[in-house]
Design a protein around this ligand. Structure first.
Ligand code: ACO
Length: 276
């Protein structure tokens, strides 16, 4: 592979003022996710984590689709005829980027749902921290329609954001829904008209980029980990995590914030970020 950077085939990356636009790039296949795409995405996310041009990731799709889910040919059929070990490796590499890496990524992530979003595409959608959809995006848990269950970790992922009645309704019917319904379901933060999608996403990126990145990372991680913990464990962990945050923060944000509010009286945390 002579590409100097690990993207450029099934995934494109563009940098713009701290934003890394990560674009699934199989528009002719509606960005269906193949084994090859997973291998490329794993390398892309790994590279961007230590790339200074990337302060926040926006995951989106080229063309009409966010992603039409797992590739029925180049993921499912392609792994039907191979050995157990090869099949397990393909599943593992998909799980790696769609779930583990995105869920615990060091930099904030936003899914920008520009169009079709089916089946397996719900996993990276949900594992991004935030999501903005176009009102005319079309979502669906279409697995039932072609005779499979929402596998991978789709069923688990939707159960973290949707209530049981609604999740089961879409699991069982495979019915499509639009951006506004996705917003009501809590699958995305907001649905905006298609012509405002990019603008609104950039606006949100700028808010995130203005925060102390260390504290932002620690806050996201803490939230994600306490979801699985008891109250007792959460209290212990969060207290330790808060101390750790102060310890690892090169900006010494906590001290600055305290001093700007209490001593200098130049800022109020209720109204925005301290002067960095
Ligand atoms: N897997 C493999 N190929 C796909 C997929 C997919 N998930 N989605 C689209 N494609 C391919 C089509 O086979 C077609 O290929 P071809 O040009 O070589 O024939 C090409 O992409 C364009 O697709 P069309 O169906 O012609 O596009 P159209 O715009 O009419 O429809 C739509 C788009 C609605 C997304 C349709 O392609 C579709 O229903 N795709 C499957 C969606 C789905 O249910 N995905 C699986 C979810 S389950 C899971 O992920 C586990």
């Amino acid at each position: 592979d002579s590409r100097p950077e690990p993207w450029g085939k099934d995934v494109l990356v563009e940098f713009e003022d701290g934003i890394a636009w990560v674009k699934l790039n199989r528009p002719e296949k509606r960005n269906a996710m193949s084994v090859g795409l997973a291998e490329e995405m794993n390398k892309v996310l790994d590279a961007l984590e230590i790339d200074e041009r990337c302060g926040v990731i926006v995951l989106t799709g080229m063309g009409e689709a966010f992603s039409a889910g797992m590739d029925l040919k180049d993921f499912f059929r392609a792994t039907d005829g191979v050995s157990d070990i090869e099949r397990m490796r393909a599943y593992r590499s998909t799980r790696a980027w769609q779930w583990r890496t995105l869920m615990h990524y060091s930099k904030p992530t936003i899914a920008m749902v520009n169009g079709w979003c089916f089946g397996g595409a719900f996993t990276p959608l949900i594992c991004c921290d935030l999501a903005i959809a176009s009102e005319d995006a079309v979502f669906g848990l279409s697995e039932i329609n072609w005779g499979v269950i929402p596998g991978g970790v789709v069923s688990k992922a939707i159960s973290t954001l949707m209530n049981d009645r609604k999740a089961l309704y879409y699991v069982m019917t495979g019915e499509q829904f639009g951006g506004k319904i996705a917003e009501q379901l809590g699958l995305v933060n907001e649905a905006v008209p298609a012509d405002r999608l990019r603008e609104r996403t950039v606006e949100l990126c700028k808010v995130l980029l203005a925060k102390n990145p260390t504290v932002l990372r620690q806050a996201r991680m803490a939230y994600k980990y306490v979801r699985e913990m008891s109250w007792e464990e959460s209290a212990e962990y969060l207290t330790a995590k808060a101390d750790q945050t102060t310890f690892v923060d090169p900006e010494r944000g906590r001290a600055k914030g305290l001093s700007q509010f209490l001593d200098e009286k130049t800022f109020q945390p209720g109204h925005g970020t301290y002067k960095r």
